[in-house]
Design a protein around this ligand. Structure first.
Ligand SMILES: NC(=O)CC[C@H](N)C(=O)O
Length: 359
């Protein structure tokens, strides 16, 4: 099966097709993780994106049924240097190719992923079309030009129904913009009683569940498209301890009156150095975001910057100067990946005990 990746700047990469036979349009991004292709593909925050893995050997330990971040793949395609068809791992149940076929995802391999990555770094994230069908360049060009990229993916990906995960510990209301399973696992591990709400649930409905704390989840798309949530969060943070992760961090910054912007090519990988100003410590973190928080805009609105990215000095974490409200741009739950930052879940739970500070 032939495969082609055609970028909006006119660049063409030809390789071999794998996964589902088909064609799709998306935003081309790259991820620098060496392992974790299963979690990356199933992370709902990749909705609408075509992921290039910079590590050349992908698929080598197969796929298992217990480590997906969601039951679906919302990404639009996968680009790799090579794909291993004979995985070796005691947990492996099927191959990556079988997973992509089952989930309807188009893949191409045997392309120069280093060159693709350099192009994204120079030009920024690009719209592109990936295909492993026999379409002419004219046909590909027409589909690429016609298809618009979405910004409000949280409307599609987040839960539509409220659901509850029982626990004996603190009551957590989660606003779901497209949550990763491992965030829920971290709350479950700490015995939390979790109610997951659609991201646009009203303030009143959330408060009716009498939560001790609110978690604002990760999720795909532009945080500015989550307008309903921004209004709700403005009220929530005055009453309840709140912890935001990635999209949650971005919508929190909008709720306090700050601003977000689209980065040139984002941060995606398991090796991003972050400096924690409050603890004078550096961590290696797992990241997946294309938008970032404007530092000055949140500092002018009652927030203090707690973490910065060591590569480009962008905001990686913040906390409210008076309220028990804090957030990080990176993924403390990231797995596989460094566990340096899972203490943030404990910090959140500790804040709940001090909930009276909010009133
Ligand atoms: N992982 C996330 O929550 C991503 C947040 C947002 N969609 C971004 O790309 O910046």
């Amino acid at each position: 099966m032939n495969g082609i990746l055609y970028l909006e700047d006119g660049t063409v990469y030809k390789g071999k097709g794998f996964g589902k036979k088909g064609t799709s349009v998306g935003e081309l991004v790259f991820n620098t993780s060496i392992t974790g292709y299963q979690e990356i593909l199933t992370d709902p925050s990749y909705a609408g994106q075509i992921i290039t893995m910079t590590y050349p050997l992908i698929g080598n330990y197969g796929i298992n049924s217990s480590e997906s971040e969601s039951s679906k793949i919302y990404a639009k395609g996968l680009v790799t240097k090579s794909i291993d068809q004979n995985p070796s791992n005691y947990m492996s149940e099927y191959t990556l190719e079988e997973m992509l076929q089952k989930m309807g995802i188009v893949g191409i391999c045997d392309v120069d992923t280093r060159s693709i990555t350099k192009r994204i770094r120079n030009e920024g994230a690009l719209k592109c079309i990936i295909s492993n069908e026999d379409l002419s360049m004219e046909q590909l060009d027409e589909i690429l030009k016609e298809k618009k990229l979405k910004e409000d993916w949280m409307k599609i990906v987040g839960t539509k129904e409220v659901f509850h995960i029982e626990g004996k510990g603190p009551k957590i209301a989660v606003l779901d913009f497209g949550i990763k399973q491992n965030i829920l696992n971290n709350l479950k591990y700490r015995n939390c009683d979790i109610t997951v709400f659609p991201y646009d649930t009203s303030y009143e409905e959330i408060m009716n569940s009498s939560p001790d704390g609110v978690l604002l989840s990760n999720g795909p798309g532009n945080p500015k498209a989550a307008t309903e949530a921004i209004e709700t969060i403005k009220k929530i943070i005055k009453k309840i301890p709140t912890f935001g992760i990635c999209m949650g961090h971005q919508v929190l910054s909008l709720a306090v009156g700050g601003d977000t912007y689209k980065m040139k090519y984002g941060h995606r990988g398991g090796n991003h150095g972050v400096y924690d100003i409050t603890r004078d410590k550096a961590y290696i973190t797992s990241q997946n975001h294309g938008y970032a928080v404007d530092r000055k805009s949140v500092e002018e609105n009652g927030m203090e910057i707690t973490h910065i990215n060591l590569n480009d000095n962008t905001v990686e974490g913040m906390r409210h100067k008076e309220l028990p409200v804090f957030s990080v741009q990176y993924h403390p739950e990231g797995a596989p990946g460094p566990t340096d930052s899972t203490y943030l879940f404990d910090k959140f739970i500790d804040h709940l005990k001090e909930g009276d500070k909010c009133l």
